[in-house]
Write a protein that binds this ligand. Structure first.
Ligand code: DX5
Ligand code: ZN
Length: 217
């Protein structure tokens, strides 16, 4: 069964604590937090204080996805404020190896993220040092976009590399994930599914978390 990471970007910001506690009690393993800087992606979302505010109200794994140009300088504060996993986009830094080192040096788990147009070959030199790889299944920047099926081959490619080299990183998917689109990703080797609009766009978010799980039993 896949682990589920509801994306807070699609939650009701006026009732954030209620929405977080719902999916927490409903058994979601991760809470996915999208950080957007208006540069790497057009939108702006949250900063490190947001993670600080959430940390005391949940024990879920805080999975922080930095859609930020040159993210290195922000990593220490996100780690200090309680991020468990910090993801950096390979396209957003000239020093991906160093960025991943900085994450580990600050006590968090390190994730590398690739956009739909970025091949797995871009990240093979750092796969030995990551705890998680995020394969974007839409172009980043917005919730509610349509899943891109051409990204599934990259999940399978990463899964082969895991087997070949004995790596044990998680493979996460993010964008357009629902109880249908998760199925080919899970079969290809995805172990964590981010879902925003599918979970929080429903009257019963927990039923949606369970629908993703049940589709991957
Ligand atoms: C997109 C973000 C996603 C977003 C997913 O740039 O990285 O985490 O919240 O939203 P859905 O599940 O609605 O595509
Ligand atoms: Zn995300």
């Amino acid at each position: 069964m896949i682990k589920v990471a509801p994306s807070i970007l699609s939650a009701d910001f006026v009732n954030l604590q209620r929405d977080i506690e719902r999916v927490d009690k409903g058994g979601a393993e991760y809470l996915h937090i999208d950080i957007m800087d208006g540069q790497f992606v057009p939108s702006i979302s949250f900063g490190p204080d947001f993670v600080k505010a959430i940390r005391p109200i949940t024990n879920m794994v805080l999975d922080v996805h930095l859609m930020v140009q040159n993210p290195e300088h922000l990593i220490p504060e996100f780690a200090k404020n309680g991020a468990d996993i910090i993801g950096v986009q390979v396209e957003a830094t000239q020093h991906i190896h160093r960025a991943l080192q900085i994450i580990h040096n600050n006590g968090a788990k390190a994730e590398v993220v690739i956009n739909p147009g970025t091949p797995v070959a871009m990240i093979t030199p750092v796969l030995h040092m990551v705890d998680q790889v995020l394969v974007m299944t839409v172009n980043p920047g917005f919730g509610g976009q349509k899943f891109l099926p051409e990204t599934v081959d990259k999940i399978a490619e990463l899964n082969e590399l895991k087997k070949k080299h004995g790596y044990d990183f998680d493979i996460e998917i993010d964008g357009g994930v629902n109880d249908q689109t998760v199925v080919p990703c899970y079969k290809a080797g995805a172990t964590v599914a981010v879902a925003g609009s599918f979970v929080f766009g429903a009257d019963d978010p927990v039923a949606r978390v369970n629908a993703i799980r049940n589709a991957t039993k």
